[in-house]
Design a protein around this ligand. Structure first.
Ligand code: NAI
Length: 469
């Protein structure tokens, strides 16, 4: 059976860009249809951010108990932990179900209509949604928001099979762990998942094409992560390229081109993600492209009037919170408000061990833009709260970069246990145009990790209290 619908706003994709757009648009009184094939919440809730953070938390808990069993620190002794991977995955799935159910409830409460199915456009304002039962719904929309997201890049010579060659999706669904894992790509996904599996007892090795891990971050920031990996027996093969599977593992070419092998039961391919631009009629819509992404302006408008693109399909960085911010803005623009996507920074966190946060420019980036800067750095080893949380010995620090002439903060980076939770204060400082004196003059609660931010500002001003000048 086929039905027809007309709507003021059609959103394709119910991930962290599309669903907030639908909620805000419906709140603003627009008539909204959201179409998604794979379940609300998109990659982030179902196959990305949330399941990986659940796994990372569980792995951290497992490792902490194992360490406790080994050295009875703080006078607490216990036996070695045991892992039931099926139960861990079940717990993680329960969290995902709870959150995706919550998204459905929020959309319904706001008054947005959700259609489960695959949309295919015949032109910029018309599409047909094919539902799971084969029924079709023809939709005519005044405005369209494209939020189709991204998917894992596959290596042609190592296709995902869910058994020996894993994508991040299949790695997050694992109900048993291999004894050994070779990870191709030491970027966000490879490091987050590889480190978590290492904590759960898997022998992990990395093959990375570049001469460093996490190339977006400077060497100083990444050093504590490398130190942790080395101390925990993780091998990192830099400037090396994966070549293919052998009977017993992964073959790669080292920097001289010599072939070597890593013995590994499974291989995780984490070499990036690409926007989903095929299979839904994008070519019929008259939009312009920017490389693999849909080209947008600062209001997320494409080249076609009334068609917007947000989230991973609309360009880097492919981060959930960027898509959410774009989604809210686009909903308001369509409702007639004057909005632009022009953030002072898009904060980024890598949930490695320890965690890394970056907001705005590093000193190196700022200098490359011609800025004369001052830098303040404060180590967690000098912070009481960090020591009480056993978080002061991993080489972590907070580093702030400010313009020398007016002390306006240009960037903040941190590495250390729990620093992800400081990212909000860092982003706020940049968004509000804070100066070093604003941060140093804000009373930060003692004892908390956030004191390290005030101390780094004081250090940049040449007057730190808790480290020698
Ligand atoms: P990525 O771009 O972060 O890292 C991929 C790495 O693979 C690069 O370092 C690259 O040099 C390497 N590589 C590529 N081809 C290779 C080959 N043939 N042999 C060896 N190494 C090779 O990509 P990743 O980790 O897949 O993540 C994709 C995106 O997902 C990220 O850019 C990020 O936007 C998002 N993400 C964000 C997270 C967060 O915010 N915490 C967590 C996970 C993903």
């Amino acid at each position: 059976m086929s039905t027809s619908l007309e709507t003021q706003l059609l959103i394709v994709g119910g991930g962290p860009a599309g669903y907030p757009c639908a909620i805000r648009a419906a709140q603003l009184g627009l008539d909204v249809i959201l179409v998604d094939k794979d379940g609300l919440g998109g990659t982030c809730l179902n196959r990305g951010c949330i399941p990986s953070k659940a796994l990372i938390h569980a792995a951290g808990r497992f490792e902490a108990i194992a360490e406790q069993a080994a050295d009875a620190a703080m006078g607490i002794s216990c036996g070695a932990p045991k892992l039931d991977m099926r139960a861990l995955t079940g717990w993680k799935d329960g969290l995902v179900d709870k959150l995706t159910g919550g998204v459905a409830t929020l959309l319904k409460a706001a008054g947005a209509q959700v259609l489960s199915g695959w949309a295919r456009f015949s032109d910029a304002k018309h599409c047909v949604v094919t539902r799971d039962d084969g029924e079709t719904v023809a939709i005519t929309a005044q405005n369209v928001v494209l939020a189709t997201g991204s998917k894992e890049v596959e290596l042609p010579f190592l296709p995902f099979d869910g058994k020996r060659v894993l994508s991040s999706t299949s790695a997050l669904e694992a109900t048993r762990l291999p004894k050994s894992l070779a990870v191709i790509g030491a970027g966000y996904i490879g490091l987050e998942l590889g480190i978590a599996w290492a904590k759960l007892g898997v022998k992990v090795s990395f093959v990375e094409a570049l001469d460093r891990i996490l190339p977006l971050y400077d060497a100083q920031l990444v050093r504590p992560v490398l130190r942790w990996m080395k101390a925990h027996g993780i091998d990192v093969h830099l400037s090396c390229k994966a070549k293919g599977l052998s009977k017993t593992g992964l073959v790669f070419a080292d920097k001289d081109g010599t072939e070597q092998e890593i013995k590994a039961e499974q291989v995780l391919v984490a070499v990036g993600r690409k926007p989903v631009t095929e299979g839904w009629g994008l070519e019929t819509m008259g939009v312009d492209m920017d490389g693999p992404f849909i080209r947008i302006d600062d209001q997320c408008r494409t080249a076609m009037r009334g068609v917007y693109a947000i989230g991973d399909v609309a360009g880097a960085p492919m981060l959930a919170h960027k898509g959410t911010a774009q989604g809210e803005i686009v909903a308001e623009i369509i409702a007639g408000h004057r909005r632009r996507f022009d953030p002072a920074s898009i904060p980024a966190v890598c949930f490695t061990e320890p965690e890394i946060v970056s907001v705005g420019l590093s000193a190196q980036d700022a200098r490359a833009r011609g800025e004369d800067v001052i830098v303040g750095k404060f180590p967690f080893a000098a912070l009481g709260k960090a020591l009480t949380m056993q978080a002061g010995t991993d080489g972590g620090f907070i580093r702030v970069t400010a313009r020398k002439s007016d002390h306006v903060i240009l960037g903040i980076q941190a590495v250390g246990a729990h620093v992800a939770e400081l990212s909000g204060e860092f982003a706020l400082a940049l968004e509000m145009g804070a100066r070093l004196e604003d941060i140093a003059g804000t009373i930060h609660v003692h004892p908390t990790l956030s004191e390290g931010f005030a101390e780094s500002a004081l250090a940049a001003l040449g007057q730190p209290l808790h480290i020698a000048r």
